[in-house]
Each structure stands twice: as C-alpha cells, then as structure tokens.
Design a protein around this ligand. Structure first.
Ligand SMILES: [Zn+2]
Length: 407
C-alpha cells in the first residue's frame, strides 16, 4: 500500500493530545489508533510487536540473512496530532495539483492560495492529500507513520535489499511535549534513530533550541490606596518593571534564525501578587545559560530595590539542543544526506526554532535527528501532503537502512 493511502486511512482516527490531561497517553483515542496500528504491523508480519500501557508501539523488521551484525537503527514517528485545530471527521482525499490555488471546499469557499502558500509551487504536477478545509489533516505526524510502515512493507517483501535489524517506534503526546517521557530507550534497543516528523522531503534537522521555562512570582504589599504612600508595593507594577528589564528586541516577534528569545506566555496580577510565565529559548547553550542568569539578575535587582523575597524566580529546563549529541555521530547526517541524494533530492538543514522528540531522546541515549515527511502547513487547516514526496520519504528510510548495512 502506498504511503499516502495509509495517511488517508490514518487521518480518520482523531488523535489530538490534551495538555490538561496528565495521563499517558493524554487521550484514549491515541490508544485506539495505536491498537489499529498494532494489528496492521502484525498482519504485515513485523516481529516483536509490543504496545505498552502508555501507548508506545514498537516493532522490528529483522535483519536479512548475513546482515545480523549490522547496527540496529530506529525510525520513530508520533501518533498524536495538534489539539489546536479540529481533528474529528477529517475528510482526507487526493487532488491533482496543476498550479494556482487549491479549492478545498466549494460550499464554504475555502481556498489554499498559491500566493499565501508559495511552497505549493514545488508540487505542480503532483498529487496532494488535502482535507475539506475544515479540519487538520494530521500529516504531522501520520505521514511519518505511514512512510515508516510502507518502508517496512517493502523491506519485508524483498529479501534482496540488504539491511540490519530495524526498530520502529510510534509515540504518544509529542505535540504536548511529552513524547519522550516514557520512551523506553533500552527496550527499543536501537543504537541510533531518526524521527520522521519534518516538512519537506530532503530536510535533515539536527539543531533545536535549548529550552527552559521561567516563572516569576512577585509578592506585593497591599494597603488601602488612601494610606499607601511609601508603603504599598504593587505586585502588578513590579511585574511590569521586571518585564521592562528584559531586552525588548529579544522576543519571538523580533527574532529568527539562530536568535534566541524570552517569550511571555502568561501573566496574572493583582496588588498582592503577580505571576509571569515565560519560555526562554536559544540554540547556543552558553547563551542560554546567560539568558537564565540574566532572568535571575533582573529579579535580584528588584529585590535590592523592594526587599528580599519580593521577586522569586524558578527556572526549569525543558529540553536541550540535540546538536551536541549528534555531532559525535555525524554518520547520521552523512547517511541521511547520501540517501536523499541517491533519490535525486537536495538535502537541507536549518536550525529548528523549536524542539522535537529527538532532542529529548538524543539526551536519553538515542541520538535522533529529524527527517522530512513530504507534508506542509502543519497545525492548520491548510495542512497537506504530497503523495510523490511521501514515496521519496519511504525510499529514504530504505536507503538509510541499506547504508547502515554496508560492510
Ligand atoms: Zn510532529
């Protein structure tokens, strides 16, 4: 079965994760999808198919004879989709793209315009998988799942393709940042892996942000405003002051490329108490440490002014840039590039302004760069995948497996 046909089938499973649910998986629908995938993997004849109680689905394509000593490599994708956009009643279908705008929904007049989505120009003459414009497609990351399973199907059917043991893993709750939390690296048992969770075929991502959360709690001093002179400390005003100490141009809306930022994600305040929540991001770890230090110094400054304990800062690391774990395993990038070139593609790497499950997994002992899936406009109603690009992504898995079987 073609990867795009699998994607259309998988898109009918609603699998949005839910950050307000602390269970794993965070939604029972993900487990239903995992069970359907489990059945499919067994029917295809994969080995060592396991689905644990947290919704992690692992399986094996055994090495072909003579290649049992090749290193075990893994391919990973996530089963949940973004909770930001409706994912129920997805009507995925194909359209032949001949250039120009794509009418997704005649009745509701929903159009994916070429001017707004110039990436479409890469796909003239190709087959696109789209929705009716009212829901997500869920190609992020069901395209990755479809490609990995289609690659397994080809490998299992053709004994002449040399490859070592291949492990595949499908994970829950990536979109809410928990995909790696309960990933059992040891039982997965691969030396290295790739996530298929990117956009364009040819993408190879190995640099992510370093990420921390910053919570600033401000304790004010409330008193009747009529008698407040020289006594009141208004926590909301101090919060504003804290905010003004952070560099104005180092916010998401003013940064790109390798530029890091402080991003205010939430605030609440009264006279007695105020809380500011930020996320801090930077690709460079020493700059990241500087940023965290700066956030503490800003609090120190205000504590000197208003008295100790007035402003409390709590910083928690969320994930680290995987680059430092990938550089010593540079063959991962070389082999991905070589596979893409073999298929006539042009490899491209750029720093991800976010994280992937791979950033966490890389630090858990499973170095794990990210590959494209031939899909675009993730997390939105204009999401689409290209059937031919998905085929390339299937072959990319196979070519990488072949490269790791080279003696
Ligand atoms: Zn994803």
């Amino acid at each position: 079965m073609k990867a795009y046909e699998r994607l259309i089938k998988y898109a009918s499973f609603p699998t949005a994760s839910d950050e307000n649910n602390e269970h794993c998986p965070s939604t029972p629908t993900q487990l239903e999808f995992a069970k359907a995938l489990e059945t499919e993997l067994r029917e295809l004849g994969l080995d060592e198919v396991t689905l644990d109680e947290n919704g992690y689905l692992f399986a094996t394509v055994p090495a072909v004879r003579g290649y049992e000593d090749a290193p075990v490599i893994g391919f990973i994708a996530h089963m949940d989709v973004s909770p930001e956009v409706e994912d129920k009643n997805v009507r995925a279908h194909t359209v032949k793209y001949n250039g120009g705008d794509v009418v997704l929904n005649d009745e509701l007049n929903i159009v994916m315009s070429e001017s707004e989505y110039p990436i479409l120009k890469n796909y003239v003459g190709k087959t696109l998988v789209v929705t009716d414009g009212t829901t997500l497609l869920g190609a992020d990351d069901k395209a990755g799942i479809a490609e990995i399973i289609s690659a397994c199907e080809i490998l299992l059917a053709d004994e002449t393709i040399p490859h070592g043991k291949i492990r595949i893993g499908f994970t829950p709750d990536e979109e809410i940042g928990r995909g790696a939390d309960l990933f059992d690296v040891e039982s997965f048992g691969a030396k290295w892996a790739y996530t298929l969770d990117g956009a364009m075929f040819g993408e190879v991502e190995y640099e992510t942000f370093n990420a921390s959360s910053l919570k600033v709690e401000i304790n004010g001093k409330s008193i009747h405003p009529g008698a407040a002179k020289d006594t009141m400390i208004n926590a909301s005003v101090v919060a504003h002051e804290y905010m003004s100490l952070l560099p104005t141009l180092e916010r998401p809306e003013h940064t790109s490329g390798y530029e890091g930022f402080y991003h205010l994600t939430h605030m609440e305040g009264a006279v007695e108490k105020a809380v500011l929540n930020f996320i801090i991001r930077d690709h460079d770890f020493s700059k990241m440490e500087y940023r965290c230090d700066y956030a503490r110094r800003a609090a120190d400054e205000l504590n000197r002014k208003y008295g100790n304990g007035m402003v409390n800062v709590e910083i928690k690391e969320s994930y680290r840039n995987m680059k430092e774990m990938i550089v010593p395993e540079w063959h991962l990038i070389d082999n991905a590039y070589a596979a893409i070139r073999t298929l006539g593609g042009e490899p491209i790497s750029y720093p991800v302004r976010g994280g992937t499950d791979g950033s966490r997994l890389s630090f858990m002992g499973l170095p794990c760069p990210n590959l494209g899936t031939g899909s675009h406009n993730h997390h939105g109603k204009m999401e689409f995948a290209c059937a031919e690009a998905m085929d390339d992504c299937v072959m990319q898995v196979i070519e990488i497996a072949k490269l790791y079987a080279k003696k």
